[in-house]
Design a protein around this ligand. Sequence first.
Ligand code: GLU
Length: 298
Amino acid sequence: MPHSTKQQAYIGRFAPSPTGPVHFGTLVAAVGSYLQAKNNNGQWLLRMEDVDTTRKVEGADSGILRTLEAFGFEWDGPVIYQSTRTGQYEQALNQLIDQALVFPCLCSRKQLLASGSKVYPGTCRNRRLPEKNEHALRLAGQDINIRFDDRVMGQQSQNIRQQCGDFIIKRRDGLFAYQLAVVVDDALQGITEVVRGSDLLDSTARQIYLQQLLGYPTPDYCHLPLAVDATGNKISKSEGANRVDTKNRESLLLQALQFLGQQPPAELATGKIADIWSWAIAHWQADHIPATTVKPAE
Ligand code: GLU
C-alpha cells in the first residue's frame, strides 16, 4: 500500500449575497476561494446567502451565476439557497436554547443607540423564553477568548463578552441572522476552509464561538484583502458600483490575480481565459496574498 498522509479532503465555498451584480470585490473573493480549492484538489461549493430576504434583489442570483459562468468558474454540486434552509437553522437554534444561552431581547435600535455602548449592554439578559412581545433572540456572549490563526491576516483573538457581546441570532422580523446561518451551512456542507473578504474577519470569532457551542468543527480561515474605492470605502455590490463587465473577463481576472499578490507572466495579457485559469490554478500561492487593503488598478 502506498504511504498515505490521511489528509482531509479540501472543501471550499463561495457564498455571495444576491444583493446586486458582481463587482470587483466579489470577483476577488470568488477567484481567491476558487484557486485555493482547485490548487488543493478540492471542491468548490456555491451558496446563495439570501437569508436576509429584505436585502435580496430580484434576479441578482441568476445574474451572479451567469457572470461566474462567463468567467469560466466551475462549481461542484447544486447551488444551495439559504432561504430554503430555515429548518436547519431552527434546529441549531434549539440546541442553543437547550443550553440556556438564548434570551429574548425587546430593545429597539433607538434604545441601543442611546445606551452608547459598543456591544449590547445586556438590558434583556435576564429575560426568559417564551416571550409574547415581538423580540429578537440573542446569544449570551460568555467570557471566552477565541483565538485563530488566519492564513493571510495572522493571529487573531477576541473576547466574546467584551468585544462581541450578546449578539443576535434571530432577528425581530423572524429572519435568522447571518452569523447563525453561515455557521450551520459551513458545518453541514463540510467546509474545511473559509476564504472570503476581510470585512468578515471581525465576525469570525463569533462564528467559532457558535461552532464550539453547536459541536461543529472549526474550518481554517483565509481573509482576503478588501477592494476599496478611491475614497477608501469597501466596494459594495448593493451600491451597484464597479460591476464587472464580462466582455473584459481576461483583463479582470488578471487584475484580480495581481490584487491577490499573484504574478501572472506578461504573455498572459493576450491569453485566453482558459490559459489564464490553467496558469493560475497551477501557480496559485496563498502565501503571496497581501494582508492589507488594496485599491484595484484603474
Ligand atoms: N454573503 C457574504 C457576502 O456576500 C459572505 C459571507 C461569507 O463568506 O461568510 O458578503
